[in-house]
Design a protein around this ligand. Structure first.
Ligand code: UDP
Ligand code: MG
Length: 328
């Protein structure tokens, strides 16, 4: 067992909110009801709370959070001065609570994720899992468009060698030590779903059914989704660059075929002057340029990995003679 089981875990629920005035009161009602039940059932410490992160929205979201903080139990708030996007807002919340909790659960404000699943996540944490992924069982409530684009997204990520959990968005539980390790990733292009599997530790999955957005509308139109996918791939994989190299090799192969074909045509006198040399050089030079680009790309890829300055490893335990065993 990794966790002190004697004391109850202080649970914090982190909720990024961007223009969510329409759903926030209901979100808080449900989340605080959940905390009530969990505390009463002895599943979470009484000092557990909810952190709403206002991602620079200029509508009533922040005043609402302030009101909740003044009048209601559990509600806390973090106000970001400008809109920085879902991933950064979530990270801001997680960094804020990393010393102020035992476990953090992140969940969207729009009530699409089943809040009851949080109980199962905490139960799984108590069994020794540091990261518990919330995974959607079925997507019948999503539109056809959202379903197919999402599926394509996971497929593409997998192809590109990015390790992501299928049908898992940003609904997950992380233990304090997992959070602390996550916060050591200093990269600007955040793609949390790809980063979390790099943390390690024992992980688990909790399945739930995804509901419709309670109110308001999705902040992820197609344009943002595409950007998200491109971000995910380019922050994790140098495969696209490597592809240039292989395409270059393919071009050179084609060029060899073209050479044979051109010479054949040339000697059969089926050509006009200049055609043969042009034909050969276009393919050959094109291939060589692509290979050269791919080689340069390999170096750029290395620089890019270095620049991200990711932590190299995560120590879970150290056993030494004559010293206190060290456990993170
Ligand atoms: N969100 C945010 N900043 C943004 C866009 C969205 O904090 O710039 C929050 C939003 O309030 C919600 C979550 O991120 O809590 C997910 O957004 P949304 O539900 O619109 O995305 P979808 O579920 O449609 O993918
Ligand atoms: Mg949503």
């Amino acid at each position: 067992m990794n966790h002190p089981s004697e004391s109850l875990p202080v649970l914090v629920i982190v909720v990024p909110c961007y223009k969510e005035e329409a759903v926030l009161p209901e979100t808080h009602r449900r989340l605080s009801a959940l905390l009530d039940t969990m505390i009463a059932a002895g599943e979470a410490d009484a000092s557990s709370y909810i952190l709403y992160v206002n991602d620079g929205s200029r509508d009533q979201t922040w005043p609402l959070i302030c009101r909740l903080h003044d009048e209601e139990k559990y509600a806390c708030g973090l106000n970001l001065a400008a809109n920085v996007g879902h991933q950064n807002a979530l990270m801001a919340g997680l960094e804020t609570v990393k010393e102020r909790c035992d476990v953090a659960v992140s969940i969207d404000a729009d009530l699409q994720d089943d809040v009851e699943a949080i109980r199962a996540m905490v139960a799984s944490y108590k069994q020794g899992h540091d990261i518990v992924y919330g995974v959607r069982q079925e997507r019948t409530t999503d539109t056809f468009f959202k379903r197919t684009t999402a599926l394509a997204f996971y497929r593409l990520m997998q192809r590109m060698g990015v390790n992501v959990v299928y049908n898992h968005a940003d609904f997950r539980l992380m233990s304090r030590r997992a959070l602390q390790y996550l916060c050591r990733f200093r990269e600007r292009n955040l793609f949390l779903r790809g980063l979390i599997p790099l943390v390690g530790y024992q992980t688990d999955v909790v399945k739930y059914n995804r509901a419709k957005r309670f109110a308001g509308e999705s902040k992820y139109p197609l344009r943002k989704m595409l950007n998200f996918a491109i971000d995910g791939i380019t922050s994790f994989s140098v495969k696209p660059v490597r592809m240039i190299f292989w395409i270059g090799c393919l071009f050179v192969l084609v060029a060899l075929g073209v050479v044979l074909w051109t010479l054949h045509a040339y000697f059969m006198h089926q050509t006009i002057p200049g055609w043969a040399s042009l034909m050969i050089s276009i393919w050959l030079v094109g291939g060589v340029i692509l290979i050269a680009l791919g080689i340069v790309g390999e170096y750029v890829g290395k620089i890019y990995i270095e620049v991200k300055d990711r932590p190299r490893y995560n120590v879970e335990e150290l056993l030494m003679r004559g010293e206190q065993a060290e456990k993170r």
